[in-house]
Design a protein around this ligand. Sequence first.
Ligand code: FES
Length: 123
Amino acid sequence: MPRIRFLPTFLNTDPVEVEVPPGTTIQEAAYAAKVPIGDACGGNCACSTCHVHVIEGFDALDEMEDEEDDILGKADDVQAVSRLGCQAEVTEVDLVVKITRESQVAYCNEHPEHRDRIPEIDP
Ligand code: FES
């Protein structure tokens, strides 16, 4: 199974790795790895709070649909390796993923017990 490596976030100072079957979304992999990813719309491609940067393995991901591209256009810090975690499905290829600051802040807003940690989140 492919291995997804999530870079450090405000909740984990070391990278966290998880193996998931192909077809799993990056957001589902983040849940499995217990790393903080936003999911304000519940994974329905309507909010961009699950925005991630796929640092390694980006080209192996499935093609982005127009709907994802539209929503991603509203996100902060969009890069050539940006995807919505709830839409990008893992293939057979290992990935390295950075959960964006926007997504970590969204996670904190969805989990009020972490709101005081927002200033710790790296850009
Ligand atoms: S969780 Fe809202 S677009 Fe992914």
